[in-house]
Design a protein around this ligand. Sequence first.
Ligand code: SF4
Length: 537
Amino acid sequence: MALHALAYCPRLFYLEEVEEIRVADDRVYAGRELHASLEAEEEGAWESTELVCPGLGLTGRLDCLRRRDGSLVPYEHKRGRCRRGEGNEPTAWVSDRIQVAAYAFMLEESLAQAVPEGRIRYHQDGVTVRVPLDEAARQEVRTAVATARRLRESLERPPVADNENLCVHCSLAPVCLPEEARRARHPDHETVRLFPEARDRTTVHVLASGAAVGRSGDTLVVRPRDGPPTTYPAREVLAIVLHGFAQVSTQALRLCTFHDISVHWVTAGGRYVAGLAAGPSQVHRRLRQYAALAQEPVRLRLARALAMAKIEGQVRYLLRATRGNAAARAAIVTPLRQVREALHAAAGAASREALRGHEGEAARRYFACLEHLLAETVPDDLRFSRRSRRPPQDRFNALLGFGYALLQTAVMRAVLAVGLEPALGFFHTPRSAAHPLVLDLMELFRVPLWDMVLMASLNRGQWKPGEDFDVSRTKVWLSDAGRRKAIQLFEGRLQEAWKHPVLGYSLTYDRAIELEVRLLEKEWSGEPGLFARMRLR
Ligand code: SF4
């Protein structure tokens, strides 16, 4: 399989075999079903066989081994169509040919007897193609093994395939982002969408105090203390967020790790505690991250791009929210000017420390504007005077803090999925329990994913000062009802589509978070230039 991937595209081999990233898309599932059905249909005849060949340094699993004309012949089954030669005769694709030749070569080496050929059955065409094992085929296998060994030792991910058609049929395109890499290299390249617009898996928030998450077969079961359980097929779940003191069983955690479901713990007050994601080796990705972020010029460049994107987002939102409202626009003239000045200063900042100062200044002026964006109908209890956190001192800050905790969860999920080290960032300093890289990336999304949503919901009168909050002498938290409402708003926003201004395609905000993390990783993987280019329209 590894040699098949290598012949298809060296980058595919590297992603799958070296970085251990595997994506099971519909084509992969269909291939697995084909093999299962063959085994079921022709029991005994279609026997798969494990092969180990230390001499060649290969192991493999044959689809089927048969005796033909006195010789053993390995068979490989492919769901799709064969390649056609010049006279339209059926031939094997290069990657299939090398795979079956490797099986034949391994058999020959292991059994010390001649194996004259391998055969490939293309099920969509109903044809079988014969691949002779001659000296040229043996040499092709040896060369491929040597290339694979060399790539295994390298920290450098090979470039994307020249043949763009390969990417259209590649299961790893959403991870590899070949079109984005081409766009980074050639600004005129018109990006074809290979990154899925939305996901079909959901995040399950477990809110009820005393609720427990368990497992039943391939299903996650959430049992509240009172009331009936709710079930979620594991393949449909992307993440579980446990709020407060909800429990999760070991069996459920194992099911989560098997299905790549990340699990996150958030306190009842909305503070992010920890996240868990099963991941294979992330060594190469992390080594590249460490190497890049050990260089101050790289950190400064990324920090500047991030701060500029954030502050520009604040300016655009303030302008948009006061469009057609002369009184509000007049009220924010001074702080808006100061935000713009901070933006200008950030563009020329010579150090990250200076950049943090300009970003902090912009944030202070931006928050000073928010009160003027609230409708007169918003009750005093819900209005904003100044920022307070850990713990929040009023309802507005409780809402702001809880929304940011949800954002933190979503960003952490994406960082873990991409396989980066969340503790190693480039803008925030490691001060609190929060991971600096997650805090960094959150800056891109605070305005579009929560500030705008929160302000709109307040102006629509969606919040009840009594029911939605728990108020004590020292702090204000969201009540269960308030948290449910906030989660609904946030998750709804994640599913809204938005068009990337540089890449030119639409995707949900949920996907946009993952895209930005992947684009960040490209910054130090030889394909820089697209991180933090997202902007509000
Ligand atoms: S998407 Fe294209 S470049 Fe990336 S691994 Fe697949 S074939 Fe290779």
